[in-house]
Design a protein around this ligand. Structure first.
Ligand SMILES: Cc1cc2nc3c(=O)[nH]c(=O)nc-3n(C[C@H](O)[C@H](O)[C@H](O)COP(=O)(O)OP(=O)(O)OC[C@H]3O[C@@H](n4cnc5c(N)ncnc54)[C@H](O)[C@@H]3O)c2cc1C
Length: 545
């Protein structure tokens, strides 16, 4: 088998992998990136379901920050860009920075193994090529391994069965079809209103009712884009600024004063105003107590529940849609007419808590109460989030140790970037990083820059390998958890805690500090990489096949 040699191999050509490729290449290293998709874009290729779009504002919060020219030349069309626009943006970046020549698409990396004698990784493609690199960057995506539900009979379904996270390339027509949608997380909430506009009938199978806030998406005015460009330096500084010490959580909202400074009537007026404005501002501009104080959270949750009752005409359907978790402790969802969709004659809601699915048949879905005839089945069941793609890769570290074994009960890592016994393997948006609760393009840039600084230092000092100590991992685990424990997050079953995947270890694995996290990892580097072990260079390893 032929072996190719590089300094760095990047797995994934989404937003993170592309930046890693660009950055390492700028440092003069040989880099090759691999992705299974037929185009760059990762998430934005795989999630082509109707209604898919970002939920943070496109400009300036979604997008790369490393190139001022990019900020100047790219016009986002809407406040919350649609999947096709984000994909076009990512493809533009790949063209603009001539990244394609170092990317191999439609290539699955099926194995990755560390060789202690050469201090290098060997990865193997599904096409049978071997690639050796000193450094392995896993930009495999925190939301890229679809959660395929294990429902009896699902393989016997005769119609099309589509997963929102791996949507088919050819257009899907729902016209005249009876569509079943299983799942009401972000992808379900975004797609159900769109599918209902076209389909003959939609049956929604709901396990967990959701809170969702109006997205209020609209075209971005030229003046707004101009303002982003004029104020770019200040905006970027704001995105990187750690919260003040009395607000340790990046995601802890800040209206500027405590909820207890206002009367209940004044608070209600605040919630009404935030609801009218919509967007993730409902969280970001809420009271600082929202995600840490049960009483205030329940008040906000009750406010949204009241909105559901106002919007949904049939009281029984409204009852089924009533969420019962702390608002904001699952991924906050934005919608465009989600609750209103249940007022349509062609939409039926099945509450799986009272009427569970027994099996999928060739022609429909059978729940305890009877059969629902279905022509197209949409699985909006989300992802094996944060750790799923690393576990699918299942790299083998020192002595052949497998990541699956290492992570069988807890996702041990240090700084969210490395795992002990897996030298020279770096993760982007891994467990223990702010990942999905920060601005992911900016987070990818900052993590990559940290990794590249570490690699540069190793090369300058003749080091061949780096890995964290297990003690550092244990301390990091405690640190990430200590932050989470100050909030209501760990008290809710969610994909943040792994609760959506049967058998997955229950582990809240998101660092809630946002910019604080990036200051923390910078301090570790500045103070001599405490918690890491460096090994002198043994061999270039690149010589033999
Ligand atoms: C509908 C939706 C809306 C979102 N909205 C926002 C938002 O508003 N703001 C925000 O910050 N984030 C948002 N996200 C999160 C989004 O995932 C990130 O913003 C970002 O796109 C992640 O990029 P990535 O490169 O890290 O991972 P991905 O885009 O997931 O790319 C990883 C790539 O690696 C490939 N891969 C994995 N394993 C292998 C392997 N073994 N071999 C070959 N290829 C492999 C995957 O197939 C994928 O193509 C959203 C996600 C979704 C699904």
């Amino acid at each position: 088998m032929r072996t190719e040699h590089y300094d760095v191999v990047v797995i994934g050509a989404g937003v993170s992998g592309l930046y890693a490729l660009h950055h390492f290449r700028e440092l003069g290293m040989s880099v090759r990136a691999y992705d299974d998709a037929p185009t760059v874009g990762g998430t934005w290729w795989h999630n082509r379901y109707p209604g898919a779009r970002v939920d943070g504002p496109s400009a300036p919060l979604y997008g790369y920050t490393f190139s001022r020219e990019l900020i100047e030349e790219w016009d986002w069309p809407e406040t919350q860009a649609a999947q096709s626009d984000v994909l076009a943006y990512v493809q533009h970046v790949a063209d603009r920075f001539d990244l394609h020549r170092d990317i191999q698409l439609e290539t699955w990396i099926q194995a990755a193994r560390y060789d202690e004698s050469t201090q290098r990784w060997t990865v193997e493609t599904d096409g049978g090529t071997r690639i050796s690199a000193q450094f392995l960057i896993c930009a495999v995506g925190a939301l890229s391994t679809p959660n395929e539900p294990d429902i009896p009979g699902i393989d016997t379904f005769a119609g099309a069965c589509l997963h929102t996270g791996s949507w088919p390339e050819e257009p899907v027509s729902f016209a005249g079809k009876r569509v079943g949608v299983i799942g009401t997380g972000s992808s379900g909430v975004q797609s159900i209103p769109e599918i209902a506009k076209e389909a003959e009938h939609v049956t929604v199978f709901q396990r967990t009712p959701q809170y969702t806030i109006p997205a209020r998406n609209r075209p971005l005015e030229p003046e707004e884009l101009e303002a982003v460009r004029t104020n770019w330096d200040k905006l970027l500084e704001g995105m990187k600024r750690p919260p003040p010490p009395d607000r340790p959580l990046a995601i802890q909202p800040g209206i500027g004063h405590s909820a207890y400074d206002d009367t209940p009537e004044e608070r209600r007026a605040v919630y009404e105003k935030l609801w009218e404005i919509g967007t993730l501002g409902f969280v970001a501009n809420n009271y600082p107590e929202l995600l840490v104080n049960e009483e205030i959270n329940l008040e906000v949750s009750a406010f949204i529940q009241g909105k559901i009752r106002e919007i949904v005409e049939d009281p029984e359907t409204a009852d089924k849609l009533m969420p019962d978790h702390f608002y904001g402790t699952k991924r906050p969802i934005l919608d465009d007419g989600y609750y209103e969709t249940y007022n349509r004659d062609n939409v039926t809601l099945v509450d799986l808590r009272q009427d569970p699915i027994e099996e999928v048949t060739a022609t429909g879905v059978r729940t305890a109460s009877g059969e629902h005839p279905i022509d197209i089945l949409v699985l909006a069941t989300g992802f094996d989030a944060i750790t799923g793609s690393m576990l699918r890769l299942d790299p083998k570290g020192r002595g052949g140790v497998s990541l699956k074994d290492k992570w069988s009960s807890r996702f041990h890592n240090y700084l969210g970037l490395m795992v002990s016994e897996f030298p020279n393997l770096f993760m982007i948006h891994g467990p223990g990083t702010p990942g999905v609760l920060y601005l992911m393009p900016l987070g990818a840039e900052l993590e990559t820059q940290w990794i590249a600084d570490c690699v540069t230092r190793m090369r300058e000092q003749g080091m061949g390998a780096v890995e964290p100590t297990h003690d550092a991992e244990l301390a990091w685990d405690r640190e990430v958890n200590a932050i989470a424990e100050k909030t209501l997050f760990p008290r809710t079953d969610s994909w943040y805690t792994g609760a959506n995947i049967p058998g997955k270890p229950r582990h809240f694995s998101v660092h809630l500090g946002g910019p604080t996290y990036f200051h923390r990892i910078a301090a570790v580097a500045d103070e001599g990489y405490e918690g890491f072990m460096f090994e002198g260079e043994r061999s270039t390893g690149a010589a033999s096949d």
